[in-house]
Write a protein that binds this ligand. Sequence first.
Ligand SMILES: C[S@@+](CC[C@H](N)C(=O)[O-])C[C@H]1O[C@@H](n2cnc3c(N)ncnc32)[C@H](O)[C@@H]1O
Length: 359
Amino acid sequence: MGVLSAWWKILRSVGNARRTSHQADQLFRFYLIRAPDELGVCRYLQQPRTYGEILAEFDLTDSIYTREVLDRLAAERRNVIVSSDGHYHLNPKVPLPKLDELMASTPKHIQPYVMLAEGLKDSIADRLRGERVGVTELFERGEVSLSDRFNTLLGTGIYSAVRAAVFAALPRSDLQWLRGKQLLEVGCGSGLETAEIWLLFHGDIHITAIDRVPRMVELASANFEPTLDRLDPDHPPVTRHNRPHFEQGNILALGYPDGTFDAVFSQFMLHWTSDPARAIRESVRVVRPGGLVLGAQSTKPIVNPYLDLVIRSQRDSHGFFWGEEYRRWYRDAGVTVRPVTPAGIIGARKPGAEGNSHD
Ligand SMILES: C[S@@+](CC[C@H](N)C(=O)[O-])C[C@H]1O[C@@H](n2cnc3c(N)ncnc32)[C@H](O)[C@@H]1O
């Protein structure tokens, strides 16, 4: 029943998942073409050029990344770049995509992804040149920072629906068990997540919400009460005891002793880290034996390959990984997870003192 209700929550928000995913693909593809195009690469490829010529002309670095961008664009069904005989050239039969045309055919709930892709466009060009920025710098630079863009993006229903699905997939007994417990929320983003989890437990939960990016933590804390008021004007009072504790923190090196928390929650953040296996180990370490490990993480092959390249443009991101790796890394950390839905929803007990296992 839990899994069905998780599916239902996701489908209700996302609609036709294949269509949604195709349209999001097209937006990220646009920026993956736009970044080299702005450097002049597309014009240069009006003549066939070797890979070496392209690197030399634009001061690009011979990296897996540069190759992958060119080869991805060349491997598509409607390929803007043709690769043959060791040369790349622009395909005269496939026009470069235009953002206004794409937006006109993109449903409203997907359009905010443009803000994310637009914010990351410069780092694609940086990465092609071998100059990679780190996640904090990336999130905080620019006139409209990526943190502020994310603030809007995370407000679109998809993240909320997946979050609701994570808790819907849990047995009722686990939801009851979580009341009054200590929950670590890793990669809290701009705080909608914290407010939604808090409301789900009517304020009867102690949340420590962390994010690597200081501006995100600032936003999350400042947004907390206004978000509660917006989502539920009759919400329980926020007190010194039940207000979440917001702090800056990196999942790769959590500053808490083993077993500090009753549960850990993370959603759509592992691919942003440089070492998801270590992130998983570290997040499991701080949960006490018998505690709950909760979250959502899309994995390959379902995940959008263009989004992957866009996210990997910055230094700290491993990018998306395979479902098999997701399960194995948890298994290596001592927890058996069985991800459900394309969002990769998990809810599992860390073996130990408290029984109540899902198995
Ligand atoms: C896609 S957002 C997801 C936010 C939130 N979990 C949600 O689903 O609404 C990913 C978040 O992870 C944070 N993040 C990235 N790397 C991190 C790390 N190493 N440790 C903690 N947070 C990190 C980012 O700053 C960002 O706020």
